[in-house]
Ligand binder design. Structure first.
Ligand code: AMP
Ligand code: GLY
Length: 424
């Protein structure tokens, strides 16, 4: 079978490496891909938002399965375009991807179906939002309704900050139309856990857990980023927590989407906060996390193509999802200055150190080939260095050792990925 993957980041590289392990797969294409993905797939110069061109390509090359990695095309309806043309595709349709595309939608869904989450109100008028804030308890959280590269969430400690936040999101429109509507919600405290689940519209199977580090600097300081590193599994996601989430969060979310006529097929990413009052949903995403995929997929034992096909066919209940009894840590190597200003085009060396090293991976996020054939930096997040270990501590030691194998000018990383492990 031929497979097409849509996207160009570390997540899509991790998906490609997983797909490449499948015995059913003879050829992988990736649109648009990057310099690392090019080692396992043929990269095709079609953008992730060029739906008809992607479908033309899938038709022409007789692609047996297209996997959509990114949120924008999913929310924009790429799956509907493929399905209309009779092409096999993994991901939620537009009417289901809205669970990520609109935070107001997802909050209303949780309220209607009693899924635990922070209390909130939705606002489409800045005046009403400001009026509400006057009586609200601080700290408080403001969220742009639409997609904002994971950066449209403002945690405000004072009324002044919150008022400024309403201005930033709704009046200055820092995130464009994503801020036409905002959610204002209660501030929660606790451990965060990401659980990515396979879904077939009816059944839902959670994968092993992970934790991301969203802030740019050590000790969770600095600006929010797409994610600076992950570990899996989370020691805080106990069997008891998992059981609660299966009963009160995962299956109820599947059932709620079905009841709304929005059957969810694909990956449901559930961002959880483990509060004193039990686990609560922070957010839903309609795709694998980045860099969660980089620690979860290397630990999955199943053939990913089998699992995705079972999702498309509504037969996920027949799959016995299995993960290795070990741990993985991913440290992101970024360009210094990310997420604001940073330079690109720096030559990266040291990839050969990863050759034939079992349990070590270098996933490319922002890289490309320059005119001389060198691999150069081409984004804020450049590489994700993943290593496995028997336990989290060993995995972390291995991952940090492997970060030394790679060199480029401007290389920046957090030095405390997985620090929470020590507190478990
Ligand atoms: P989200 O994109 O909704 O996951 O939000 C990004 C980050 O903001 C989360 O990973 C949390 O660290 C933080 N956050 C979001 N909502 C809340 C909340 N209600 N209380 C505390 N922190 C939050
Ligand atoms: N790592 C967080 C996300 O993919 O949304």
């Amino acid at each position: 079978m031929k497979v097409l993957i849509v996207g160009s980041g570390g997540r899509e590289h991790a998906i490609a490496v997983s797909v490449a392990k499948s015995k059913q797969v003879e050829k992988i294409y990736c649109a648009p891909g990057n310099a690392g993905i090019a080692a396992v797939a043929t990269c095709v110069d079609i953008g992730a938002m060029e739906f008809e061109k992607l479908a033309d390509f899938a038709e022409e090359k007789e692609i047996g399965l297209t996997i959509i990695g990114m949120d924008d095309p999913l929310v924009g309806g790429v799956v509907d375009v493929f399905e209309k043309r009779g092409l096999r595709v993994f991901g939620p349709r537009k009417n289901a991807a809205i669970i990520e595309g609109s935070k107001a939608f997802s909050k209303d869904l949780m309220k209607k179906y009693s899924i635990p989450t922070a209390t909130y109100e939705n606002f489409d008028s800045p005046e009403k939002a400001l009026e509400y804030l006057e009586k609200a308890k601080m700290p408080i959280v403001l969220k742009a309704d639409g997609l904002a590269l994971g950066k449209g969430v403002l945690i405000c400690n004072t009324l002044e900050e919150a008022k400024e936040g309403v201005k930033t999101l709704m009046l200055d429109k820092q995130f464009g139309d994503a801020g036409n509507q905002i959610v204002i919600e209660e501030f929660m405290t606790g451990r965060e856990v990401s659980v990515l689940c396979y879904c077939d519209g009816t059944h839902i199977k959670p994968m092993t857990s992970a934790q991301d580090h969203k802030r740019a600097k050590d000790n969770d300081e600095g600006l929010n980023t797409g994610g600076m590193g992950t570990f899996s599994p989370s020691p805080f996601y106990t069997e008891e927590v998992q059981k609660f989430c299966e009963e009160k969060v995962y299956q109820p979310t599947m059932d709620a989407m079905k009841a709304e006529g929005r059957d969810f097929v694909g990956i449901l990413f559930v961002g959880l906060m483990l509060t004193e009052d039990g686990p609560k949903v922070l957010e839903y995403n309609a795709r694998f996390g980045d860099p969660e995929a980089q620690v979860v997929l290397p630990r999955m034992k199943n053939d990913i193509v089998d699992v995705m096909n079972a999702c498309i066919d509504g037969k996920l209940d027949e799959i016995d999802l299995q993960f290795e009894e070990n741990a993985a840590v991913c440290v992101v190597l970024a360009s210094d200055g990310y997420p604001l200003h940073y330079e690109k085009g720096k030559v990266i060396t040291g990839f050969e150190n990863f050759e034939e090293k079992d349990g070590y991976y270098v996933f490319h996020a922002g890289t490309k080939f320059d005119e001389d054939g060198n691999i150069v930096t081409n984004g804020g997040r450049v590489l994700g260095i993943t290593a496995k270990g028997q336990d989290l501590k060993e995995a972390r030691k291995n991952a940090y050792a492997a970060t030394e194998w790679i060199s480029f000018e401007n290389k920046y990383m957090r030095n405390d990925i997985g620090k929470a492990i020590d507190e478990a």
